[in-house]
Write a protein that binds this ligand. Structure first.
Ligand SMILES: O=C(O)[C@H](O)[C@@H](O)[C@H](O)[C@H](O)COP(=O)(O)O
Length: 257
């Protein structure tokens, strides 16, 4: 029987530094469940302020780094060592400090930086290699996708009013006109995000106060972040701090694993 998506679970913490250890526990639990089921853990990360919030994974004995397969939910089209690169950011905030095998981190192919079509196709092929050989589903089923939200309600590189919001087939798409610089990016599409087993938004600070209320209290506005509704039995979580959630009416849940 076709079930509607589960309602989002909202966790709000007194501050960003209270959020990070809880997020690390949540990720460790998701990893444990995935390893018990299939011996690997597939994770996608975004850029922005998210990688900093993952600092409590560093030195965490529960994390089996060699079992992680990491992808980027969106990536800026710049060389991998460029300061704008999400990969570069995730390396410096997290991966340089933990024993993850480098071949488990799936970056964009820097030989295609001048051809966005080739670049996004090549990234889609990396996903196909990881997922299509193991699952028969039409879209990859990530164990966990971690996302940020922009003040306009964008997530990944899926911006309000953009034609990519209607993409139904591709796994990875590109944009050339991102309102947030840099303008060229590749991004997961909504079908990929919405097939994940778990998606968690991480948002902190007063700068997010209006958009959080728009997205959680008025989903009918159809902002990109409101369209993140993983299909049943998938689950959407919000990890936010009290400054970001100050205006939200949507019910908060006490954090529990
Ligand atoms: O490449 C990017 O720019 C990000 O992946 C993007 O989707 C980000 O997550 C949001 O813009 C939130 O960014 P902040 O967390 O910095 O507000």
């Amino acid at each position: 029987m076709h079930q509607p998506p589960n309602p989002p679970v909202l966790y709000s913490f007194p501050s960003a530094s209270d959020l990070s250890p809880a997020l690390a526990q949540f990720i460790a639990k998701a990893q444990k469940e995935s390893l018990e089921k299939k011996g690997r853990f597939t994770v996608a990360l975004s850029g922005g302020s998210l990688p900093k919030q993952l600092k409590d994974l560093i030195g965490n004995a529960a994390i089996k780094w060699d079992k992680w397969q990491v992808f980027y939910a969106d990536e800026r089209v710049v060389p991998l060592d460029h300061p704008d690169s999400n990969h570069h950011l995730c390396m410096s905030e997290l991966f340089e400090h933990v024993p993850i095998p480098h071949q488990n981190i799936h970056t964009l192919d820097p030989t295609f930086l001048d051809d966005l079509e080739e670049l996004s196709d090549a990234y889609e092929q990396q996903l196909i290699r990881e997922f299509a050989q193991r699952d028969t589903a039409r879209f990859p089923i990530f164990d966990l996708i971690l996302l940020g939200i922009g003040p306009d309600g964008h997530t990944c590189s899926l911006f309000p009013g953009h034609e990519l919001l209607r993409e139904e087939d591709r796994w990875v798409a590109y944009i050339e006109n991102s309102p947030k610089p840099p303008p060229k990016r590749i991004t997961f599409t909504f079908p990929v995000v919405n097939h994940a087993a778990r998606v968690a938004f991480v948002a902190t600070g007063e700068g997010k106060v209006d958009i959080l209320s728009d997205v959680l209290d008025y989903p009918e506005k159809g902002l990109p972040s409101s369209r993140v509704r993983p299909a049943y039995p998938g689950q959407l979580y919000w990890f936010v701090d009290d400054s970001a959630s100050a205006k939200v009416q949507y019910p908060k849940s006490p954090f529990s694993l």
